[in-house]
Design a protein. Structure first.
Ligand code: ASP
Length: 302
């Protein structure tokens, strides 16, 4: 609260509602949860408001390195891409990795080579530029320099900290056939260095879907989400401890992660359409749309 003007909040809410309607249309016409997840995320990737696709944050070197993953809860197939620089919609490439390759995760130049062979047009790096994200990088770098001077800390120890705002996008969906899907797409964390890859492209950490339990997409400090296999942990609590989706998601986000200092949140949906969206930060842009087409979007704790 206080970080955004009412006008900015409205812009986010409008874009989220638009994305929810894109998903609704697909699902209402009998489309698959995978299609809904991909197209909803495309809508958010194409908006400069979010840290994914256009509007992604900058690395320490002043470029954009994008990560994404998608999972099909029916087949347990999954695909991901990491550190791509020229892919307009990384979630779509993640889906192509899932469907058109024997692999789960492709990174960097190899992933882009695969994209070319699959007929993708690579976009110029400048496509991802937004002034807001560029200015954030400059601000963080200035603060980092000051800190290094004062504490003689090594730069590698100050790569990631609380000043780095999140803004990853994700979507989870349940379709008419009872199939669950989850997807996540991100630019990662501002000022990331050394080819750092977060949780978003990693199945089990940032994304997971299993028709027997739930579909999960995460946002937050990726290192924690990887260490604690957050997305998978939520499904495991449902599977082995018979927790509900809300109990499982709350346990991981509001208890386990909080104790360990991991900030972030998740969106999750089970096979009955029960949802959970816990976060341990002061806000998380989020929304849902029901089978009646009623959309709700929220930003802060309400
Ligand atoms: N989880 C992402 C990462 O660590 C960041 C985010 O969610 O905003 O790369």
């Amino acid at each position: 609260p206080g970080s955004f003007t009412p006008k900015q909040e409205m812009q986010y809410k409008t874009k989220l509602t638009q994305a929810l309607k894109v998903g609704y249309k697909i699902l209402n016409n009998g489309g698959s949860s995978l299609d809904a997840v991909e197209k909803v995320i495309n809508t958010l990737e194409n908006s400069p408001l979010f840290n994914a696709g256009k509007g992604a944050v900058f690395t320490s070197n002043g470029i954009n390195e994008l990560d994404a993953s998608i999972m099909d809860g029916k087949t347990m197939n999954a695909g991901g891409v990491a550190e791509v620089h020229h892919i307009k919609n990384p979630i779509s490439l993640a889906r192509t990795v899932m469907t058109n390759s024997p692999h789960v995760l492709l990174a960097g130049e190899g992933a882009e080579q695969f994209a070319k062979e699959q007929g993708y047009t690579l976009v110029d790096e400048n496509y991802f530029y937004t002034k807001k994200r560029w200015d954030s990088l400059q601000k963080i770098k200035a603060r980092e320099q000051k800190r290094i001077k004062n504490s003689k800390e090594q730069t590698s120890n100050v790569v990631l900290n609380d000043e780095h705002k999140f803004g990853t996008v994700g979507c989870v969906a349940l379709d008419k056939n009872g199939n669950l899907a989850a997807g996540t797409s991100t630019g990662g964390m501002t000022n990331k260095k050394f080819g750092r890859i977060g949780d978003s492209p990693i199945i089990g950490a940032g994304t997971y879907a299993d028709n027997n339990t739930c579909a999960v997409s995460c946002t937050g400090h990726g290192e924690y989400f990887i260490r604690y296999a957050v997305a998978y942990d939520i499904t495991a609590l449902m599977k082995y401890k018979k927790k509900t989706v809300k109990q499982a998601a709350d346990e991981v986000i509001l208890n386990k992660l909080v104790k360990r200092g991991g900030k972030g949140g998740v969106i999750a949906i089970d096979k009955y359409g029960n949802m959970a969206m816990p976060f341990n930060t002061s806000g998380m842009f989020r929304g849902f749309i029901t089978d009646k087409g009623v959309a709700t979007v929220k930003i802060y704790k309400e």
